[in-house]
Design a protein around this ligand. Structure first.
Ligand code: CAA
Length: 285
């Protein structure tokens, strides 16, 4: 069944959707990258173009492979273009109401046998599945950021996900040269259950004046061999996304150890969302 996944629809042309479109096209899948905003789609295609050009320069892919991948991606702001998809991956903002609205719009357009997956980084797959017309053909396919670089993909079944759907998703992801881990459907799955409390603790460390931004990031880069310091990584992920994952952990596990740091809340309230907004723990303007 996995080999039948040829046409992939991606909903949301942000940093995750854009990266998923890139790796799917490089693997030879036909991709429709959909977003409500035509400007976002344009920007995403330019980003994919730039990333692929960099990979040609660094010798990861040939120029022919770059052109072939680009030719496989169609950007669109018309949701009806997802009708031919065998698999649709929703990579919209981490907001359950937004995702539910998307499913209500998209489900009637999809082929009955099409699989719908979410790239959610923390929300309940079972609950999201209940907002679709196909809970048995719905599951989590969670990519890491930056998608073209990070090897891992988490697969998460909801309570109703059927075996053929899981096998098809597994086969699809294995065509992308990624490594799979399977997580159960609990808040934030595996990676974010562990990573986000670490980032939140780094923000508490700053909030309590234990160290400066630079001291905290240097400590973790050179003292724990992390490729990025936790505050730099928080900016990279997006502080709104970090906050929403901490809220899901806090509410879902009812444990005060997951309380989002008030400084994280304040930054998000200020619109300081990290790299994407130009300001977070660092200034990108
Ligand atoms: N998109 C695509 N490619 C990118 C990229 C991006 N945003 N950023 C870097 N790259 C590529 C570069 O082009 C380069 O490729 P080549 O080897 O082909 O030249 C390669 O990655 C290395 O980049 P750099 O040399 O510029 O920089 P670096 O060595 O400092 O690595 C990094 C950058 C890979 C991002 C590294 O800092 C890193 O691994 N950081 C941690 C990332 C991480 O933890 N991600 C998980 C976030 S959590 C998550 O995603 C889950 C969630 O749901 C929130």
């Amino acid at each position: 069944m996995g080999s039948e996944i040829r046409n992939v629809g991606i909903i949301g042309a942000g940093q995750m959707g854009c990266g998923i479109a890139q790796v799917a096209a490089v693997a030879g899948h036909r991709v429709h990258l959909y977003d409500l905003s035509a400007e976002r789609v344009e920007a995403a295609l330019a980003t994919v173009n730039g990333n692929l050009a960099r990979q040609v320069v660094s010798g990861k892919i040939t120029d022919d492979a770059r052109s072939a991948a680009l030719a496989l991606i169609t950007g669109t702001s018309d949701v009806n273009d997802l009708a031919s998809s065998d698999l649709v991956i929703e990579a919209a903002t981490e907001d359950e109401a937004v995702k539910r609205k998307i499913y209500a719009t998209v489900c009637p357009i999809l082929k009955p046998e099409a699989i719908l997956a979410t790239n959610t980084s923390s929300l309940s797959i079972t609950r999201l599945a209940s907002a679709t017309d196909r809970p048995e053909r719905f599951m989590g396919i969670h990519f890491m950021n930056p998608v073209p670089v990070m090897k891992l993909v988490e697969l998460v079944r909801g309570i109703a996900t059927d075996e053929p759907t899981f096998v098809a998703a597994k086969q699809f992801v294995s065509t992308l040269d990624k490594v799979i881990t399977v997580a159960e459907d609990f808040p934030a799955f595996i990676v974010n259950r562990i990573l986000l409390p670490m980032i939140n603790e780094a923000i508490y460390t700053l909030y309590e004046g234990v160290g400066s931004v630079d001291a905290i990031d240097t400590a973790m880069k050179l003292g724990a061999n992390h490729p990025m310091g936790p505050l730099q990584l928080a900016d990279f992920i997006g502080l709104d996304t970090c906050l929403s994952i901490m809220q899901v952990l806090h509410e879902g596990l009812s444990d005060s150890k997951y309380r989002p740091c008030p400084l994280l809340v304040k930054y998000v309230e200020a619109g300081w969302l990290g790299r994407k907004s130009g300001r977070g723990f660092y200034d990108y303007r």
